[in-house]
Structures are given as C-alpha cells and as structure tokens.
Design a binder for this molecule. Structure first.
Ligand code: NAP
Length: 339
C-alpha cells in the first residue's frame, strides 16, 4: 500500500517524465540482473582461475595446516602434484609422517617437512618451531585450513567453555599467528598466495553453530582486509567458502551433487583462484565448487537471505542436534548393555 502511494505521488510530481523515468529505472535493473547472472554463470562454469604455479617457481614451498586429513591432506597432495614442496602441520605426527612418505613416493622430486602441533594449545614454543622450520624456505603458498567446529549443533548458552575456546583459538588465533609467520617472506619476495578456509557458516549466520559461524565470519572480514593490504606487495589473499564436503568434520561419508569429496572440492578450489564471480563478486572470496556457488548465488541474488534463510538454517541444525542426541543415547545404551 505504501509503495503504491509512493509511486502515485512520484507520478504526480514527475508529470510527463514519470513514464520515461520508470522505463529507465526498469531497464537499468534488468541490465544489472542480466550482468550479475552472466558474471555468475561464466565464473562458475567457464572461467579458470590463476595458475597456482604463478605464485612460486619449482622448488618453492606450500605450507598446509590441518594437513593430515580431509581437505588439508588433499591440498597437500594436489599441490605436491603441481610441483610444490610441502610443509605439513597438524597434531598427529604418525599421520603426518605417513602422508610425507606417501607424497614423496608418489612425487619423487617433492620434499616434505612435518610439524606436529596442537593449535588449541596456543603454545609460543610451537609457533617458534614453525617459524624456525620455514625460516629459510621460499614459501609460495599458505593454506590456512586447520579448523574446528562444534561436536554437534548446540545452543550457544549450552556450549561448553572448552569447546568455545578451542574453536576461537584454533580457527581465529591459529590462522592469524601462522599468517604472521609466513606472510612477511611473501611480501619480501613480492609473490605468494594465502588461502583461508571459510564456510557457509561465515557467510550465513548459523544458529546452534554460533561460535563456529562467528569464527568463520571473522576470517571472512580479516582475509578480505588483509588481501587489500597485501595486494600492492604482489601477494594474493583468498577466502574460500564451502557448504558441506565429505570429511571427519562434517561426519558425512557419502558424496552427492551438493556434497563433494575433499578431492573434488580441492581440485575445484585450485582451479578457481581469483574468480570472485563464484562468490557473488565478493572481493578476495571464492565459492569454488559449482553446486555451492549456485546456492550462494541464489541466496544472495534472490534477496531471500534474511529471516527466511536464518529460519531454515536454524530448523536444519535443530533437527541435526535431535538426531545426534538420539544417536548418542543409542550408543550409551549399547555400551551399557555390553558391560
Ligand atoms: N568438511 C566440511 O563440510 C567443511 C565445510 C566448510 C568449511 N570447512 C572447513 O575446512 C577446513 C578443513 O575441514 P575438514 O572437513 O577437512 O576437517 P577434518 O577432516 O576434520 O580434518 C581436520 C584436520 O585438521 C587437523 N587438526 C584438527 N584439530 C587440530 C588442532 N587442534 N591442531 C592441529 N591440527 C588439527 C586434523 O589432524 P589431527 O587430528 O592429526 O590434528 C586434520 O588433519 C576447516 O577449516 C573447516 O572449517 C569444512
């Protein structure tokens, strides 16, 4: 009603110019949406990203955090395949050593270094070890992949303090501290790529994953700001948005059209560096996997992303929590029976 009144008032005010003004505004909006659609379509389905080899010559290194499993492991393997030497960082030394052997036997020219550290400990001694390890290396690529989510969706007020602190310490502090160690060398060499794992949880507020969602939103703004600071020094900074991927963290084992394997996701990611049209044109951001990108585009472009998406997101996590609690009860009952 208010809109009809507004248009009526405007028509009376503009007199004979009202119709051409309406036509012009209509044409401009149609062009705007057509351009957005075309940009998204070409970005998602046609354009290739910057070749990662541009960030460093043969013999240069990539540092991957959270490297022993899931996406991190896949980033390490695929970057080794592209000729980078790899520094592998995560908690479990045995898994890191096994991966180092796997990489070196598959790609005999590749060198690896491993560092076992627990980002949740936030230990100055561990960061010093990392700093010493990379001191004389030409690091071309940093993959800030390590991350922790909630063990299951949980209302914020019921979140255990230890879980809340670990999420912030690993996702936020860990990423910042590793980047502070690695980025100065990139600035000196005037080249490099810093890629940080974000999430749909950072792009869409996610009830029952509030601390995780907030940590990823932090990374979104931090990464984009850092990108603007480092761009004049030749260092490209990218925040990567993902929906779900099969992994230990997502607890999803079966891939589907919407849920790729780490292999498929990382391949898409390394092929779309710099193609921000996959993330609705957000500076320094990519949503590299095509089905996630289409969903990202639909949520943003159709303008429905406020309360509707928030409610759907909440309903989905309430239902996941119910199922997870039931599973926990079943497991506890089975354990009791076994004794
Ligand atoms: N999977 C998804 O659906 C999804 C969606 C969006 C975004 N992401 C993001 O993608 C990234 C990787 O997720 P993922 O699914 O690949 O996880 P994942 O399969 O659970 O792997 C996590 C990796 O991090 C290491 N890690 C865990 N806690 C650590 C700690 N405290 N200190 C050092 N290393 C630690 C693990 O090895 P150790 O156990 O040996 O330490 C493992 O190598 C995360 O940042 C996540 O938020 C994932």
């Amino acid at each position: 009603m208010a809109l009809a009144q507004l248009l009526d008032n405007f028509s009376q005010l503009a007199g004979p110019y009202a119709l051409p003004i309406f036509a012009l505004v209509g044409a401009f909006s149609a062009l705007h949406y057509a351009f957005r659609f075309l940009n998204a379509f070409t970005s998602i389905f046609i354009l290739s990203g910057t070749n990662v080899r541009k960030f460093g010559p043969p013999g240069s290194w990539a540092v991957v955090t959270g490297a022993s499993d899931g996406l991190g492991k896949e980033f390490a393997v695929q970057l080794a395949q592209k000729g980078f030497n790899i520094v592998l960082v995560s908690r479990t030394l045995s898994k890191l050593n096994a991966l180092a052997v796997e990489i070196e036997s598959k790609y005999p020219k590749t060198q690896t270094k491993v560092l076992a550290m627990d980002f949740a400990q936030d230990s100055a001694a561990d960061y010093k070890k990392l700093s010493d390890l990379v001191q004389n290396l030409d690091i071309a690529i940093l993959i800030n992949n390590v991350g922790k989510s909630h063990n299951m969706p949980v209302p914020f007020l019921e979140t255990e303090d230890a879980e809340m602190e670990d999420i912030i310490t690993i996702n936020v502090k860990g990423t910042l501290k590793v980047t502070k160690i690695i980025a100065p060398g990139m600035v000196e060499r005037k080249r490099g790529l810093i890629l940080t794992m974000g999430s749909f949880g950072g792009f869409l507020p996610t009830p029952l994953l509030a601390t995780y969602s907030g940590s990823k939103a932090f990374l979104q703004h931090w990464s984009t700001s850092l990108g603007a600071e480092l761009q004049p020094h030749g260092v490209q900074v990218q925040l990567v948005i993902a929906y779900l991927i099969t992994s230990a963290m997502s607890k999803i084992r079966k891939p589907s059209m919407m849920i790729p394997t780490p292999k498929g996701f990382v391949k898409a990611c390394l092929g779309k560096i710099g193609v921000t049209g996959t993330a609705g044109g957000r500076a320094g951001t990519i949503t590299p996997f095509w089905a996630h990108s289409v969903m990202h585009w639909a949520i943003e472009s159709l303008g429905i992303w406020n309360s509707f998406v928030l409610k759907k997101n909440k309903d989905m996590h309430v239902s996941i929590r119910k199922r997870a609690l039931r599973k926990k009860e079943r497991e506890a009952a089975a354990l009791k029976k076994g004794h």
